[in-house]
Write a protein that binds this ligand. Sequence first.
Ligand code: NAD
Length: 353
Amino acid sequence: MKIVVLPGDGIGPETMAATTQVLQAASQRFGLGLALEHDVAGHDSLRQHGATVTPALLERVKAADGLMLGPMATYDFKDEAKGEINPSKFFRKALDLYANIRPARTWDGVPHKVGQFDLVVVRENTEGFYADRNIASGSSEMLITPDVVVSLRRITRDCCARIARSAFELAMTRGRHVSVVHKANVLKIGDGMFIEECQRVAREFPEVRVDEFIVDAMMAHVVRAPQRFDVIVTTNMFGDILSDLTAELSGSLGLGGSLNAGREHAMGQAAHGSAPDIAGQNVANPFSLILSAGQLLRWQGQRRQLPAFLDAAKAIELTAAAAVSAGEATRDVGGRLGTAETGRAFAQRLLNA
Ligand code: NAD
């Protein structure tokens, strides 16, 4: 099974090196037969190919069984005409990776900021307020006069329905509770439609308890009592913001796994960015990317009914918990190791478990 590996910018190469060690260990222990195909995206690709991502890379990814995308310096990429394309958006749009699944849970050994919890943010990934992906060509953010900007948000019934379905299906495998997060008090039509579709899908899942929260109040609820949530479904930008909050509440942004999944393709990607403030210092937490790799293996296991992939995904989660608890982690979560040492210890622990 082929997985394309793109290390990315900033802390990407360090955290991806740790992650590939873990994938190789998982492949060895569970007989997954993984073949990792290394390539470049982001600044490396811009230097080598004149663009942060290329059509040839997309074809390579389409032909593979999964993609691991490191964090990208997206803020640096301002002009698509100069090849500065946001790689996250490129793959999410080109591969129609509509469901961004971002789990966040507390870990033994990491001080709890707000008590124990275990939840998943299910974020719509292909439209909303994202100007570079919600129209077929160009940008939906426009400079009308030098002093006036209009940014358009796209919400479609189909995208609402499919993300709602992802959330309810996931809830059936967990605590059977979905919280719908919106801003329908202001975005009455768009978020009104989002709620409508969530309610329509909810009728197909009578076992699942459903509640609704306005996004600003949700921030308070999540900080006050995250343990009352199981699966949270929301539109693109709200999910982006909320999932950074839940990852940080779990102990560190560096613990936030993230899978971008569509019907045919999936991409594991850290929830955080390229963290230029700590790049090259061997201090970045690789767990976010490692946990995302575990999510990618689970997705393949579920889709193709491959028990070995499901076992490997479970083992990665259990190993992460054991490693954090033993202090075999980076200092942001109270550990005592550097990024490279954390990756080595993780791979070793996974092999020996
Ligand atoms: P960031 O997520 O890179 O960093 C925010 C804070 O969290 C920083 O203090 C950083 O040191 C810390 N942090 C992040 N990841 C960490 C890890 N693994 N271990 C320990 N600490 C970690 O956000 P930013 O600084 O606002 O953005 C930097 C760049 O990343 C920008 O170009 C931005 O556009 C881009 N970005 C990319 C993605 C992506 O590729 N998916 C996501 C968010 C931001």
